[in-house]
Ligand binder design. Structure first.
Ligand code: AG3
Length: 284
């Protein structure tokens, strides 16, 4: 469908704001059992995938989000070998995780196979590692998957979900974090996308409470730009199962044997610096 010169817009009613991309045409439009999956070709951001009208990723800037959802957690855990990705159906986070030679198994559990099929067609570069022998793609309910996991199965759990409404709502609950706690081995880390620090402080505050209430020893948040998400400023919240958060393996991050576009040791260090308003709202 040609849409030449038209704009795709995601509005954020609670903030009275919106973000738009000029599009050329619609490449894909499907209603899955879970959500509406659309892909557009844009003028300057490559392809754009939306779920229920909300921006998930573009070709041009997804590296910011996917690198920050993966490398900080993997360079925090002392020796991450077994990784679970909950959500992440576009496979961009999986690709980053598999760049770590020490990872022996990376399982991705997304409820919606339609997202992965659309990604294979329109974001093939993100799916480049899907056939890595260490990768396993499951299409299943991530909440149930974690609930059913044997205790101590994973070193790192990455929650790469949509906003906390609809299918992803249960991923922000104390019950889910308790299940993550149990599914993690000693030294285990969970990292979860935690929306905009500017628009969603209440959500982040509630996450801290639920994560601590679930028994995690420590919580901390990383901040990074993400041009195409509401407010353009995004966050990921990291929880340590059984030890205080004590920075990350800076030397290993600096000596990483793979290429990144955004992530490096200095970016990681900087992303851990919390703004004043954040500190006063999440720390008692
Ligand atoms: N994770 C989506 C974050 C939510 C974006 N929210 C929004 N546009 N309202 C994206 C999946 C990428 N792997």
């Amino acid at each position: 469908m040609s849409l030449n010169g038209q704009w795709f817009t995601e509005e954020v009613p609670v903030a009275g704001s919106a973000f738009s991309l000029k599009v050329k045409r619609k490449l894909h439009d499907a209603q899955s059992p879970f959500q509406r999956i659309e892909v557009y070709e844009t003028e300057h951001f490559g392809n754009l995938m939306t779920l229920d009208g909300m921006v998930m990723l573009t070709t041009r800037d997804n590296f910011l989000y996917h690198e920050m959802m993966s490398h900080p957690a993997l360079f925090t855990h002392p020796n991450p070998r077994r990784v679970l990705i909950v959500g992440g159906g576009d496979c961009g986070t999986l690709r980053e995780v598999l760049k770590h030679p020490g990872v022996q198994k990376a399982e991705q559990v997304d409820i919606d196979e339609g997202v992965t099929r659309a990604s294979q067609l329109f974001f093939p570069e993100l799916c480049a590692s899907n056939n890595d022998p260490r990768a396993a793609l499951h299409f299943d309910d991530g909440i149930k998957w974690v609930r059913d996991a044997k205790p101590g199965t994973y070193d790192v759990i990455i929650v790469d979900s949509t906003d906390p409404i609809g299918p992803a709502e249960g991923l922000f609950s104390k019950q889910f974090y308790q299940d993550c706690w149990r599914a993690l081995g000693p030294g285990g880390i969970v990292i979860q996308q935690s929306e905009s620090p500017l628009y969603h402080m209440l959500l982040i505050k509630n996450m801290y409470e639920a994560i601590r209430g679930a028994g995690f020893a420590d919580v901390s948040t990383l901040f990074f730009p993400q041009a195409v998400y509401p407010s353009g400023w995004w966050s990921a919240t990291l929880a340590c199962k059984d030890q205080p958060f004590d920075g990350f393996r800076e030397d290993a991050a600096a000596a990483r044997p793979f290429a990144t576009q955004y992530y490096n040791a200095a970016i990681h260090r900087g992303a851990l610096a919390a703004p004043e308003f954040f500190l006063s709202q999440v720390t008692e």
